[in-house]
Design a protein around this ligand. Structure first.
Ligand code: PMP
Length: 360
């Protein structure tokens, strides 16, 4: 039976990429060894790492005055690394609160500075919504503004690129990076854990504007110091070479499919199909205003918690895995990242229809 994996992360990877990794596992690039057995300082891996970085720059159109780093510690390490790298002599930073992960970022930042929380949650026609950027009440003297464009757990998205002329914007793109084109030049820092749209867990991408380097606090561990990691091409310590390799394969896969405009088209199509079905049904519900619905993570509930539980267990039997909602919100969540194709989403919708017929 074919398995459809809707896990929020680590998440499904492109089948073609997994097949290629499998084929190359024992003998990578005619070296006679697996890529994970080779020195990160050897010429083969070094060349591969540079190519993967160039591919990422190409896909995202990253301007030349930005460094691209491949670090470790997940997005949570970046919650600490950001203030410690760029706070400089400022005392505080603005943290937009749109849900679970942006709140976690603020809580971590509070250890190092005053995280000024700005709650943007609101309602629109009885549904959960987020205030638009022009209504964010930012403070005058903050070191930067931090926000999360895609709240993985809540299924809430902020879809516009920021337009603040005089602010350094930092964004946690963990669950929506590479899902559509973005204007990198509008950001000071973009970071993202890999395990959703990039590759396996264990690697974290940081894209940082060069003028923000050189401001680190003394206590910042060197492995999280953007300036040091830039100098060492993200190899100050041994990088997670296999995760880097897999990420590189995913970048090539995206390029072959037509880049981020094509990814966006595919993602819109999948999300629209799923939301349309949920909205047309009296059995399932998603309580988020259209404008803030995530195209990556689609949370939904059935009429009650017992039926939610039944849904998850019946779905598993039908080959649908990773569909259980996060424990803090319950219900279900379909994560439909780049590697989930429309066939998988249609399979889920079809299962939902059958389930509704039986238990509705
Ligand atoms: N930010 C967002 C938006 C996330 O979705 C996650 C993980 N689900 C994190 C941060 C934390 O990532 P990590 O576990 O890689 O530290």
């Amino acid at each position: 039976m074919k398995i459809y994996n809707f896990s929020a992360g680590p998440a499904t990877l492109p089948h073609e990429v997994l097949k290629q990794a499998q084929a190359e596992l024992l003998d990578w690039n005619h070296t006679g060894a697996s890529v994970m057995e080779l020195s990160h300082r050897g010429k083969e891996f070094d060349a591969y790492a540079l190519e993967a970085t160039a591919d990422l720059r190409d896909i995202l159109h990253i301007p030349e005055n930005y460094k691209v780093l491949f670090l470790q510690g997940g997005a949570r390490a970046q919650f600490a690394a950001v203030p410690l790298n760029i706070l400089g002599d400022k005392k505080g930073a603005d943290y937009i609160d749109s849900g679970y992960w942006s709140k976690c970022a603020a809580d971590e930042a509070d250890k190092y500075c005053k995280a000024n929380r700005i709650d943007i949650k609101t309602t629109q026609d009885g549904k959960i919504a987020l205030k638009t950027m022009q209504d964010w009440q930012l403070s005058d003297d903050c070191a930067y503004v931090h926000y999360c464009p895609n709240e993985t757990i809540d299924g809430l998205a902020i879809t516009t690129d920021p337009h603040f002329t005089d602010k350094i914007v930092v964004a946690d793109y963990s669950s929506c990076i590479l899902s559509k084109p973005i204007d990198v030049s509008r950001y000071g820092i973009i970071y993202a854990g890999a395990q959703k749209n990039i590759g396996p867990s264990g690697i974290t991408i940081v894209i940082v504007r060069e003028d923000l380097l050189g401001k680190a606090q003394k206590v910042l561990p060197s492995v999280l110091d953007y300036t040091i990691e830039s100098k060492y091409d993200s190899m100050f310590n041994t990088p997670p070479t296999f995760a880097w390799y897999m990420s590189g394969l995913v970048f090539k896969w995206i390029k072959q499919l037509g880049g981020l405009s094509m990814m966006e088209k595919r993602n819109q199509l999948k999300a629209q199909a799923l939301y349309q079905y949920i909205d047309s049904s009296d059995f399932y519900q998603n309580n988020i205003a259209n404008v803030n619905r995530s195209i990556m993570n689609v949370p939904f509930v059935s009429p009650n918690e017992d039926i939610d539980k039944l849904f998850v267990s019946e779905a598993t039997k039908a080959g649908i895995i990773g569909i259980k909602g996060h424990r803090i919100v319950g219900g279900m969540r379909a994560s439909i990242y780049n590697a989930m194709d429309i066939e998988g989403v249609n399979y889920l919708i079809n299962f939902m229809q059958q389930f509704e017929k039986q238990y509705g």
